[in-house]
Design a protein around this ligand. Structure first.
Ligand code: F6R
Length: 591
C-alpha cells in the first residue's frame, strides 16, 4: 500500500532509486515519483507504471546527493500526475513522500490555506510538506519542524522528507505504517520494506511508532517524536537472501512463489520453544480468537477446524475488519492469535490494539520478522517463507497452515507426529509441482475455463476454507467471478445461478466429507453444471479430474496447490497482470 524508498550514499542515485522503486512496486503501482537534490530540489513524477515514468524522465540519469521516491496506491485523489508523490511545500524547497492516511487533513488544509499556503493536489499527503514548511519557517530547525508537524497529524503515516537547505539528510517518520532503515557502509537506505535494499545490506533498524530518524550517508540517529529524546535502536540482521527477492528465471513471482512451496513448508519447523510458549498461552486462555484478513483469514478459518477436531478448542476465526463489532467478547482471559504475512495489515493491527486494550494476550504469526505485528505481540511465531513479492499470497498460506497445524498438535502432545506429517505433505506438494502431466492438465483446464463468467468452488468441513481461498486466488488474478461455498449451501440459493456449462470445482479430499461433497456436486451437475473434481480418484460426477494425493490430515495444504496453479494459468490465458493485479496492493496498511 504505497512504497517509499530513500537513499543517501556513494552510488549513482538514478539506478539505485529505480531499483528500489521497482522492488516496491508490488505495494502500489498507479503512479510514481522521485525528489532529489542536485543544484536545488527537483521532482519528477507522473501517473502510470514505474518503467514508463522512468523512461519519460530518465530516472537512471538522476544524479545528486540523496533522493526519496514513491510508488502509489491511490487513496485520496485520482490517479494523476498532480496527485502523484512527492509533494512539495509552497516554496518548493521541502519534498515529502508518504504511505498511509492523514485522517485530519481537511482541517489541517483549511488551517494552512488560511495561513496563505497554496495546495496543488487533492491528496491528504500534501498537508505534510506545508505543515513542515510552516514550522521550519518559525524554528529554522528541520528536526524541530518535523516534530511539530508530526504532533498535528492524525491517522497512519510513514513519510520521508528532504529539505533543499539540508541536502545531506533524509528525515524519516513512522506512525502505524511500516518503515525500515537499511544500514550500509558509507550509505544508508530507508524503505517501506526490506526487499527494496536487500541486495546491498541485511543490517536493518525497524522504526517504531512516533519515531523520527535523521539519515545521512554516514550516520542514522533516531528520536522519539513525543519526548524528542534520542533512542537507542536494536540492529536486526534480516535472514533473507538476495535470491529470495529475485524472480530467479521464472516469468512471474507468482509462479516462483508457488514453486517454492516444494521447500518452504518445512521451513516453519525449528521453533519448538516458541510453539510451546504459544500453546501455553492457548491453554491459559478461556477464549481464543483467530484474527486476520484475506488469505491469512482463510488459514485461520481452516485451522479453526483443526482446533476443534484435534484439540477440542473453540477458536473462533474472525475477519480483522469485522473484529471491532465483536470486540466486546474479548477480555483479560482471551487470547487473540493474529495472523499476517506482512505483519503490517492495518485491520489486523487495529484489532490487536483493541484486544490489548481489553486485556487480551496476543500471539502474532508473521512472515516479516521485525514487522509491527511481531513487535506488539506478547509472543510470536514466524512462518519463515522468505519474501513474498507477488501481490497474491501463495507460499505464505501453506506456511501459515503449517505453523497453525503444529500449534494445534502441540496442544495435545502430538508435535513430533505433526512434524512428520508436515514433511510428508511437503513431499506431496513437491510431487504435484514437479508433475509435468498435472501442470499440463491444469493449463488445459484453464484454457477451457478462461472465457467463463463465473466459477464456483465447493468443499465441506476444512475444505470449505480451501474453496474460499481457491476462489480468492482465481478472482484476484484472473478477474473471473469465483465464489467458494460450503458444499451444503448452494441449494439454499446459489443453485439458481447454475446454468448449462457453469464450471464448479468440487474439492473432495479422502476424508469424512467426501460422499456429501460428491452428492452436492451431483446436485449441481443435475442442473447443467460442469464439474471439475479435485480428488485422488475418478468419479462419475466429474467432467474433469485434477488428481490430488489422498493425504487427508493436511488436505488444505495439498488441495490449494492445483487451485493456485489454475488461478495462475487463468490469468495467463486472459492476459492479466499476474504479479500486480489491478486495484490491489500487497500489504494493506490503511483501514
Ligand atoms: C490474497 C492476499 C490478501 C492478503 C491480505 C492479508 O492473495 O494476498 O488477501 O492475504 O491482505 O495480508 P497479510 O497476510 O499481510 O495480513
Amino acid at each position: 500500500m504505497c512504497g517509499i524508498f530513500g537513499y543517501t550514499g556513494f552510488r549513482r542515485l538514478g539506478p539505485i532509486i529505480l531499483e528500489g522503486l521497482k522492488r516496491l512496486e508490488y505495494r502500489g503501482y498507479d503512479s510514481a515519483g522521485v525528489a532529489f537534490i542536485s543544484s536545488g530540489l527537483q521532482v519528477m513524477k507522473d501517473a502510470g507504471k514505474i518503467d514508463e515514468i522512468s523512461r519519460k524522465f530518465n530516472f537512471s540519469g538522476i544524479d545528486g546527493k540523496l533522493a526519496i521516491s514513491h510508488t502509489r496506491w491511490a487513496t485520496h485523489g485520482a490517479v494523476t500526475q498532480t496527485n502523484a508523490h512527492p509533494h512539495i511545500s509552497c516554496n518548493g524547497r521541502i519534498a515529502v513522500v508518504h504511505n498511509g492516511i492523514i485522517e485530519n487533513y481537511i482541517d489541517l488544509k483549511r488551517e494552512l490555506i488560511s495561513l496563505g499556503h497554496k495546495f496543488r493536489s487533492e491528496t491528504d499527503t500534501e498537508v505534510i510538506p506545508h505543515l513542515i514548511e510552516e514550522f521550519y519557517r518559525k524554528t529554522g530547525d528541520p528536526l524541530k519542524a518535523i516534530f511539530m508537524a508530526v504532533s498535528k497529524l492524525d491517522g497512519s503515516f510513514a513519510f520521508l522528507a528532504i529539505f533543499e537547505d539540508h541536502p545531506d539528510r533524509i528525515f524519516a517518520v513512522r506512525y502505524k505504517s511500516p518503515l525500515v532503515i537499511g544500514l550500509g557502509d558509507g550509505e544508508n537506505f530507508v524503505a517501506s520494506d526490506v526487499p527494496a535494499f536487500l541486495k546491498y545490506t541485511k543490517k536493518v533498524i525497524f522504526l517504531d511508532d512516533m519515531e523520527v530518524a535523521v539519515i545521512s550517508r554516514n550516520s542514522v540517529e533516531v528520536f522519539n517524536s513525543l519526548t524528542r529524546e534520542k533512542v537507542d535502536k536494536e540492529i536486526y540482521i534480516v535472514p533473507w537472501s538476495v535470491e529470495d527477492a529475485e524472480r530467479g528465471g521464472y516469468p512471474h513471482f507468482m509462479m516462483k512463489e508457488i514453486m517454492e512451496q516444494r521447500f518452504t513448508i518445512t521451513r516453519v519447523l525449528g521453533q519448538d520453544d516458541r510453539i510451546r510458549e504459544a500453546s501455553q498461552l492457548i491453554k491459559d486462555a478461556q477464549k481464543v480468537f483467530l484474527v486476520a484478513a484475506g488469505t491469512s483469514y482463510h488459514a485461520c478459518l481452516a485451522s479453526s477446524y483443526w482446533f476443534a477436531e484435534i484439540a477440542g478448542v473453540n477458536a473462533r476465526a474472525v475477519l480483522a475488519s469485522e473484529f471491532p463489532s465483536i470486540s466486546k467478547l474479548v477480555d483479560d482471559k482471551s487470547l487473540v492469535i493474529a495472523v499476517s504475512q506482512s505483519g503490517e495489515t492495518a485491520d489486523v493491527l487495529e484489532s490487536v490494539r483493541m484486544a490489548k486494550k481489553r486485556g487480551s494476550k496476543i500471539l502474532g504469526i508473521v512472515n516479516v520478522v521485525g514487522s509491527s505485528l511481531m513487535r506488539i505481540s506478547d509472543a510470536f511465531l514466524t512462518i519463515n517463507a522468505g519474501p513474498e513479492i507477488c501481490v497474491l499470497a501463495t507460499k505464505s498460506y501453506t506456511s501459515q497452515l503449517t505453523i497453525l497445524y503444529l500449534l494445534v498438535n502441540d496442544l495435545v502432545g502430538r508435535l513430533e507426529n505433526a512434524k512428520e506429517e508436515i514433511k510428508r505433505a511437503e513431499t506431496l506438494v513437491a510431487h504435484m509441482l514437479e508433475s509435468e502431466a498435472l501442470l499440463k492438465d491444469i493449463r488445459r483446464i484453464a484454457k477451457d475455463l478462461s472465457a467463463s463468467e463465473h466459477i464456483f468452488l465447493i468443499g465441506r468441513g476444512i475444505s470449505y476454507a480451501t474453496s474460499l481461498e481457491g476462489a480468492l486466488k482465481i478472482k484476484e488474478v484472473s478477474y473471473i467471478h469465483a465464489e467458494g461455498f460450503a458444499g451444503g449451501e448452494l441449494k439454499h440459493g446459489t443453485l439458481a445461478l447454475i446454468e448449462e456449462g457453469t464450471p464448479c470445482i468440487a474439492i473432495v479430499p479422502e476424508d469424512e466429507t467426501k460422499d456429501q461433497t460428491l452428492g452436492n456436486a451431483m446436485e449441481i451437475k443435475a442442473r447443467g453444471g460442469y464439474i471439475i473434481g479435485l480428488s485422488n480418484e475418478e468419479h462419475v460426477v466429474f467432467d474433469e479430474l485434477i488428481r490430488t494425493p489422498s493425504e487427508t490430515s493436511l488436505s488444505p495444504i495439498v488441495m490449494i496447490i492445483p487451485l493456485q496453479l489454475l488461478a495462475y494459468y487463468l490469468a495467463l490465458e486472459r492476459g492479466c497482470n499476474v504479479d500486480q493485479p489491478r486495484n490491489l496492493a500487497k500489504s494493506v496498511t490503511v483501514l
